[in-house]
Ligand binder design. Sequence first.
Ligand code: MIG
Length: 827
Amino acid sequence: MIRQALLLSALLASPALSAVRPTNLQSSVLPIRSRVVMRPDGMDVWSGRRLTRVTALAVGAIRVRIGLEGQLGEDASWAVLPEARQATAPVTPLTWGFAGAGLVVTVDPATGGLTVADTAGHVLLKDIDAPARRTATGGGAGFQLAKAMPANWRYFGLGDKTGPLDRRGGSFVTWNSDSPFQETTDPLYKSIPFVIPVGPDGTAAGLFLDNSWRGFFDFGKGQSDTLRFGADGGPIDYYVLAGPTVKDVVQRYARLTGPSPLPPLWALGFQQSRWSYMSADEVRGIAQHYRQDHIPLDALWLDIDYQDRNRPFTVNTKTFPDMAGLVSDLKQQGIRTVAITDLHIAFAPNQGYAPYDTGFVGDHFVKKADGVLYVGPVWPGPAVFPDFTRASTRDWWGGLYKDFVADGIAGFWNDMNEPAVFNTPSKTMPLSNLHRIEEPGFATRTATHAEIHNIFGMENSRATHDGLLKLRPDERPFVLTRASFAGGQRYAATWTGDNSSTWNQLRMTVPMLLNLGMSGFAWSGADVGGFLGTPSADLLTRWIEIGAFQPIFRDHSAKDTAYQEPWVHGPVHEAIRRRFIEERYRLMPYFYAVADETARTGLPMMRPVFMDYPDALDTDCPSDMVFTVGGKLLVAPPPQPESPGWYDVCLPKGGWFDYWTGKPATPRMRGTRQVVQEKPALDQLPVYVRAGTILPRQPLVQSTMETPIGALELAVYPGDGCAGTLYADDGHSLGYQRGAYLRQTVRCSVTPTGLELRFDKRDGSYKPWWHDIDVVIHGWNGPAPTATLDDKPVPATADATAATLTVRIPDRRDISLLRLVRTASDH
Ligand code: MIG
């Protein structure tokens, strides 16, 4: 035993794994209770009847499937892309294990338990005892796994659960629930069984339990050194993703489950919603108020009361007599319309309600265990529930959008899709209800609601997404879903559901959205101003300030609450709120360039600081409220936003600029940390820019539909690795997938005599709106230099007070060089 252990630790410590000779796997030195059978892409471990199959995948992950009774579950998944599951990687056999996919997996021969390490020898995840065991849950079909939790590791992910950013010490249930929430409410609307363990030096891994049943994750709450997780049924099927960094893990997870696709540009604008604007006239009034007050706005949302008797896919023609007219009038003002379409279909036989009639004829509704149609009460009264796990039902559902699409409605909102059911203690349908599965990889079979529940909302949003794509084949679908599962980011953006108008809940938006972003959902938001209750003037102002830097920026509130549009608290608050919404629009070229990065890599827009600056893991600065936009803008709201006193903001090592003044930040050292102290007045939010950033900005517009007038701005913050990316396309079609985009990197470097700005060659064929570029160099002291663009002189203006230098140049499509040389006397 000891010899074997020494051998294992030597292997794990060895960085040069390729140097390790393949060894005889069926070693007979020790009392062996497990048997390893190598496969070209992994191994099978037999321990008694238990089979553990470990497969190395090309995305840089291993997949572990365990058959406690010798039988593996279906090789199928709602979450993981088939191509990612099927692309396996070759492995190098080791004594009791293998190296492959950037990981080293070893088996404890006594227990069959697995240890997964990286190639540098860091243990990432280690089974405590056996690889899994049965539990009493789910009538004995449940299972549980236990992994060691080293004392100084942190755990992120699981989507928008409540509680601190670090899940350690918490315990959570994965069961999609209609749960208006408070500080510790669990479970919530989405289930994303994905966790990112992170070591103190930033070493990271991913852990994804691919199981749709009711499950749980206990991060050392039950037992402080043990991560326990499991589910009430279904296959034991999980993935361990290689790092080595958090960024790598998030990108691998995106390759496994699909990245959040590029949203339409308008979805990044400011959006106003309410449950509900009760008539077309009221909606027009809101639009008019926005335009009169010059507050930018891109979308207005119609909640359930636009419908006839809360029946999805109907319109109350008394209050909304001309939907197409309303939508087109709003569009004239640069405002898109989004409409809610809940999944529950009114149980209304023989009433000429087409969604029910066609759904019934097509046999599209979920049935009870006895085969009789299931009817449950929701907003329309008695309702039936589409069987979204069937491809044919999703097709039918997608077709229901035909009229709304013809009316020009731009986006759709899938609410209540946990699914929520009224008047029942479980808040959902009976677990014994039967769904039919028609899905490649799965056997065509029925499945109980217990198996399908957590993926039901995701399949609802998939049906909506796919339907919209069929109806408008060249438009990016925009769907907002409340319930979802791992992988659901492929189909829809999401929001955190029913929050409240309290200061605490404003605070909670940050860790919730950060963990959603690390769990694949880059496009997410929390109701700005809070949904339940009425925000004070100060709270709404602060919320708009912070929301302006979060991915989905939508003000929404519940019935029986006061109105919370930006103007409701008078001109002083309105002016502050307007200024922050405007800043969002000025920064739109940067937001959009990050969105392009997200679509290609899976890296979210809103990130924990440590994602780009691992030294931030090492600070003792309060960090749950701090985040970056795309890694370059660091937003540091007050940890006590209701009464900000002085607080420290830790700036990761390296240079930073104050975004608002444009001047270099002047942090003080506190131990090894650089710290700035802040005490922002109500109209201020601390934001810093990383030195070495080039931020694209644009002139103010009232909507992303409006063409900016003037030049594109490139705000240059000199520093190490100085670069920025320009991205543009038409903002709404799929043309970008066929080359109709613009992507261009711009780099800057400080030279002994000044500064140089290099434009790389532009990618893609899209012609942007701008003809000129204003290069604004921050931290420039002294007079204007000699400025030449590809050796031709261009005018440069220095502003001593702002410490900026502005150079106007024509748009640059090709490689070109802007050279700034201080005149000899200024050297
Ligand atoms: O039972 O459609 O979370 O955003 O305004 C409440 C009405 C139903 C819950 C959603 C909320 C929405 C509301 N809905």
